[in-house]
Design a protein around this ligand. Structure first.
Ligand code: SF4
Length: 702
């Protein structure tokens, strides 16, 4: 941190990491970002975590792609075999003209030979809203189908499925800052001190002024110190525990009858369903004492204002949608929604996963979650898009697209900013699919693991090099601004997408992201009254009810956007994880993020400070487990599941239950997803990253 003499200019933008969406000031000197300060944004009020403050210098890393690359004719077979700093045996530099010609020729050639469905697209939640809008439009308009998806499928797709089903909207009903007006809050399946650190500061302040914090997680965590109730339940038993809490609310008459009668439907079915979930029976399943379940039920139902926050510990299960249904039911039966200090808040992961989903980068919805199956909605978009017909069939999701590659139906892909060679479950399967493609075009800022498999690599821009809007977990739309130019010949992503679209025959004439935003906002009622000019002046929360309304932090005070205006109870059954521990694989593997590292590590492992703090692949085990295995902290262990094996350094962590392993997924040298189970939730199609049966063995050293 320095003073104004230390920099030439300062640019206001938005942190590129988590969904909190902290506003930052980029201090620039001699064409480089020197340091970062927090700004007084609506979500952060000047606060930043270690990633936002110190995680920026990857943008100047020598591994940055500065020229388009084309796979050499004599390159070795496709595989994870390219050094990102020394790629000359595999790729050669090319001009933009040649690279774009090869990219468009490859993808367009597959379209001509096999039809548009031979090509699919993965975008990224790191895209701006405008880039996400263009990307999904390119796939839908240019290839005539909806096979376009991004990492929301690996994140909160099941939460969105449950919210859409029961509330009628996939976004949060209240900003996380509303916790200031709550007196009780539940945080389940989330570890905000590590994963949403600035949001966690608001949670801690809430407890300091007397708020009761109920933390539910199979893994202990730092927020436990601030909790009035800590429920460290057995992994895989979320529905049993939540239904037991709801059972108490029903049997003790703690529900809000007036709210239920005024604003909900299907209550009778929910009540009947919950009878089977008495706390004594469920305690034996979830491992939480029945009295604790009762106390939590009474505390939450008795609150004047209660909120529910959840993370991927809820969503990344084969029953993730059922988990979210339980949380929605809990809020509805207690009337904890639509008022200050109440609401449902799935803490969104990436900086723009909310916005990229809103912009339609998902296979079943056009922008604003408007269904591709509706003829009226398609007709509206067809008119805006110049008459090209839109496919009425829902498209394939991330894991389904890779399956379709294996089956030979998809032969080409355009991947923008996503890294499925690290982020998808059962990586051997995912990497084999990427290797099988006849044409893979990857657009990114680094030669990622996915780019290893590319035929053409298009050098793109980091957040600090481009203009565009992003939408955080709070529904706050904010403007990102360029502080430095892209390195070498790298280009802004919207420019590359537009160029490719034109070469594929589309009549696109965009010349600035603002033009894209205007078109996008014209198709999205949620952005009514939110103009580019307003966003240039500051953040706006959607929905905004007038040109001067800063936006609504709380939604659904007077009903829900469903037929009849009522929210719905959808009863949830207990479903076992897709695979359970047995004699061969006796423990439970769960995966997640660490404070210092971000997703597949492509950015944070190239950020000097973050990599210095957390340089080595590691997993966490309880000290008793380490002792049982004869392993000292710092030793290597081998983790083996039905998909594969990795060797990794073991840490002692009392927060991890004795029968669990916690494994971060940012480290390519011990990639967590070589082990994870590709089984998916039937509604959200999200893989079960949070539960796999695993065997842990000590590595015998000489
Ligand atoms: Fe960035 Fe999230 Fe940290 Fe804020 S909390 S600085 S958005 S990583």
């Amino acid at each position: 941190v320095g003073d104004s003499a230390d920099f030439d200019e300062e640019i206001a933008s938005v942190c590129p990491f988590c969904g909190v969406g902290c506003q930052i000031s980029l201090k620039v000197k001699d064409g480089r970002v020197k340091y970062v300060d927090g700004l007084d944004g609506p979500a952060n009020e000047g606060r930043l975590c270690v990633k936002g403050r110190f995680g920026f210098d990857y943008i100047h890393h020598p591994h940055r792609l500065t020229k388009p690359l084309i796979r050499r004719i004599d390159a070795p077979a496709k595989g994870l075999n390219v050094d990102p700093g020394n790629w000359g045996d595999v790729f050669r530099e090319a001009t933009w003209e040649e690279a774009m010609s090869v990219a468009a020729g490859g993808l367009g050639g597959l379209r001509a030979a096999h039809g548009g469905t031979a090509v699919a697209g993965f975008g990224s939640a790191k895209c701006t809203n405008e880039e996400a809008y263009l990307f999904q439009k390119l796939i839908r308009q240019g290839f005539g189908h909806n096979n376009v998806d991004h990492c929301t499928r690996l994140c909160h797709a099941s939460s969105v499925a449950a919210l859409m089903e029961n509330v009628g909207s996939g976004a949060v009903t209240a900003t996380f800052n509303e916790i200031e007006n709550a007196d009780v809050a539940i945080v389940i399946g989330a570890n905000p001190i590590e994963n949403h650190p600035v949001a966690a500061t608001y949670f801690k302040q809430f407890t300091q002024r007397g708020g009761k914090l109920i933390v539910m997680d199979p893994r202990g965590q730092a927020l436990k110190r601030f909790a009035s109730h800590m429920l460290q339940f057995k992994p895989g038993t979320d529905v049993a525990m939540l239904n037991a809490i709801c059972n108490v609310i029903v049997t003790e008459g703690l529900f809000d009858r007036q709210y239920i009668e005024g604003y909900t439907e299907n209550w009778a079915a929910e009540q009947a369903h919950l009878q089977a979930y008495d706390p004594e029976s469920m305690a034996a399943i979830c491992g939480i004492d029945a009295d604790m379940l009762r106390d939590v039920a009474r505390t939450f139902a008795g609150a004047n204002a209660g909120m529910i926050f959840w993370g991927m510990g809820v969503s990344q299960h084969t029953y993730g949608t059922d988990n979210a249904r339980c949380l929605i039911s809990l809020a509805l039966m207690t009337g904890q929604i639509g008022r200050p200090g109440t609401g449902l808040h799935p803490l969104r992961g990436q900086n723009n996963v909310q916005g990229a989903s809103d912009a339609g980068m998902i296979p079943m919805f056009l922008p604003d979650y408007q269904s591709v199956t509706s003829a009226d909605i398609r007709a509206n978009f067809e008119q805006v898009w110049g008459g090209t017909p839109i496919d009425p069939q829902k498209g394939l999701t991330v894991t389904e697209i890779l399956d379709a590659v294996h089956e030979g139906q998809i032969k080409g892909m355009y991947i923008l900013g996503e890294n499925p060679a690290m982020s998808d479950p059962d990586l051997d399967h995912a990497r084999a699919a990427l290797a099988k493609l006849d044409c893979l075009v990857v657009q990114d800022i680094f030669l990622t693991e996915t780019a290893n498999f590319a035929d053409v690599i298009l050098p793109a821009s980091a957040f600090a090099e481009k203009t565009g809007t992003v939408t955080n977990t709070n529904r706050q739309v904010q403007m990102g601004r360029p502080a430095v130019p892209p390195p070498g010949d790298a280009r802004e992503d919207w420019v590359i997408i537009t160029d490719l679209a034109q070469r594929l025959g589309l009549d696109w004439t965009y010349d600035h992201p603002r033009q894209v935003y205007d078109e996008m906002a014209g198709t999205m009622p949620s952005l009514d009254n939110i103009t580019w000019d307003r966003l240039e002046r500051g953040a706006v929360t959607y929905p905004s009810l007038s040109p001067t309304d800063p936006g609504q932090p709380i939604m659904f005070a007077n009903g829900f956007p469903r037929d009849g205006g009522r929210a719905k109870f959808t009863p949830a059954n207990v479903i076992a994880p897709a695979e359970e521990p047995d004699a061969d694989y006796p423990m439970v593997l769960t995966t997640g993020r660490q404070l210092e590292h971000w997703h597949t590590g492509s950015m944070t492992r190239r950020a000097t400070v973050l990599d210095a703090v957390e340089p080595e692949a590691n997993c966490s085990l309880h000290p008793d487990t380490l002792r049982r295995l004869g392993v000292a902290p710092g030793d290597l262990v081998e983790l083996t599941t039905r998909r594969g094996s990795i060797r990794i350094m073991a840490r002692a962590d009392r927060a991890v239950a004795a029968d669990m392993v916690f494994l971060p997924f940012a480290f390519v040298e011990a990639a967590a997803n070589l082990l994870t189970n590709p089984a998916v939730d039937p509604f959200g199609k999200i893989p079960e990253f949070k539960y796999a049966a695993v065997r842990v063995t000590a590595i015998q050293t000489a």
